[in-house]
Design a protein around this ligand. Structure first.
Ligand code: DUC
Ligand code: ZN
Length: 464
């Protein structure tokens, strides 16, 4: 047998097995998985002694170059995907958002133009949002026309549809959430739902807050029962509509239990995502003098919620870990210094997920190696309709991370590559980090250095 590249002497870790093997790559695909030291003709070999050889990580929830009230999120498609690759990510999924009057396909075309700079392969979720801006805080409707366009978006490779139950401008009313879910069920797509009760949040945010400089109040305006109620409503709508549904960024135990209970009732198409910020940080970060930098939604929660999320991830009640990477510079974040409501929502994380999940999950005994691969690599591909990704198996794309458990990485902005000047994880050192990253058979990083050029990433047309 001949191949282009042979990864030798590593330990292959997948979602269900761990074994020593050499991995042969040809024409960008995994060509064979062989006993170590098999004799085979390869144009190049790459030694992975002492390392885990795992599928490239998939981050199915990021916000690059997204317009916000304080300007665009700080990473563009070049800086964001460079940081992602250095953190072991070989595919990501970002979003298409629509301007009033724009069709879903017009908005997709524009977003594909921006995404051309991507270093790694990428998919796009289609956001289903009201056609017009809200009036007096009341969300406008999603038109029939827009609902009809769901079919066209699916055919164009956007198989997943994001809906917000909170955030003025994005929030959809229940009637439209449900109409959209029925249309998504009809095309066999996936609904991805930001589940918080936006109406209640807006009233709480507009009430007299005695100390708006205290960022912990952000969590008080978005209590866990608010998230719990919205997830319950979203799962009810998913069940009645029959739409395959993923609840995005679950941050608290009660919300996660709703997904767990749905699964116990036999709803095999209801999934849950959580993020490293909810697994590693707590609302203590919001209590810092610069706590407004940790404003994100849902907010960071108490330790008890974090502990429960780890259990639910290991038990498969929750399915995947994505980052909701939404990077802002200190200058952008500090707009909220005196009033947390002015801080743009979101924390960075595109580069740090695999390392953090290894450090806080595997090394601390909360996840097995297989759980780590399942939640960061394999299940994201399955749930998000990427049939060629997420596995080390013959015929799959050769997206591979050589992960070195002996590397140490300090999570400071100096060591990371996002275009921001702070880190949400300052003070943390990860033991274990991606050493080399291969995407469709090409090295995109080697020895923790980027070696890929922009615009090599391809749009992943996703389907089920
Ligand atoms: N939550 C955030 O914190 N930022 C971006 C979008 C979201 O849902
Ligand atoms: Zn998000």
């Amino acid at each position: 047998m001949n191949c282009d590249l042979l990864i030798t002497n590593g330990t292959v870790a997948t979602a269900d097995a761990i074994y020593p093997a050499d991995v042969a790559i040809s024409a960008g695909k995994i060509a064979a998985i062989l006993p170590p030291q098999s004799s085979i003709n390869s144009l190049a070999t790459h030694d992975a002694t002492g390392c885990y050889v795992i599928p490239g990580a998939i981050d199915a929830h990021v916000h690059l170059n997204m317009p916000t009230g304080v300007g665009y999120t700080a990473d563009d498609w070049c800086t964001g995907t460079s940081a992602a690759a250095l953190g072991g990510v070989t595919s990501l999924v970002d979003f298409v958002e629509t301007e009033p009057g724009e069709s879903l396909l017009e908005a997709l075309e524009k977003r594909l133009g921006e995404a051309r700079q991507s270093i790694i392969d990428f998919g796009l979720h289609m956001t289903i949002q009201p056609d017009e801006h809200p009036i007096n805080g009341i969300p406008r409707r999603v038109s029939d026309k827009r609902i009809t366009q769901i079919k066209e978006a699916y055919a164009a490779g956007c198989a997943t549809f994001k809906m917000y139950m909170a955030y003025p401008g994005f929030q959809v009313q229940d009637i439209d959430l449900f109409r959209a879910l029925r249309a998504i069920a009809e095309v066999n797509g996936l609904a991805c739902i930001h589940a918080e009760n936006g109406d209640v949040i807006e009233v709480l945010r507009q009430s007299n807050i005695s100390d708006p400089a205290r960022a912990l109040n952000h969590a008080r305006t978005r209590p866990t029962i608010n998230e719990h109620e919205a997830v319950t409503r979203a799962v009810m709508c998913a069940e009645v509509s029959g739409a395959r549904t993923l609840i995005f960024h679950i941050g608290c135990e009660h919300a996660a239990r709703v997904v767990a209970d749905a699964k116990l009732r036999g709803l095999a198409n209801v999934y849950g995502e959580t993020c490293p910020q909810y697994l590693v940080l707590t609302e203590e970060s919001l209590a810092r003098p610069d706590g407004h930098r940790w404003v994100c939604a849902p907010p960071l929660r108490p330790q008890a919620d974090q502990d429960a999320l780890w259990h639910m991830l290991a038990s498969r009640a929750l399915d995947i870990v994505s980052t909701d990477h939404c990077p802002f510079t200190i200058e952008q974040k500090d707009k909220g210094h005196n009033d947390f409501r002015l801080a743009p929502g979101g924390v960075p994380g595109i580069e740090t997920r695999l390392g953090l999940m290894y450090e806080y999950g595997v090394r601390r005994g909360r996840l097995s190696l297989n759980d780590w691969v399942r939640t960061c690599c394999t299940r994201p591909a399955e749930i998000h309709g990427m049939s060629a990704k997420g596995r080390i198996a013959v015929g799959y794309d050769a997206d591979i991370v050589v992960f070195d458990p002996a590397l140490r990485k300090k999570l400071t902005p100096r060591e990371l590559h996002s275009a921001i000047d702070w880190s949400a994880y300052e003070g943390i050192t990860c033991n274990g980090w991606p050493r080399d990253v291969i995407a469709r058979g090409e090295f995109v990083t080697r020895n923790q250095r980027l070696c890929a050029t922009p615009a090599r990433g391809r749009f992943i047309r996703r389907s089920y």
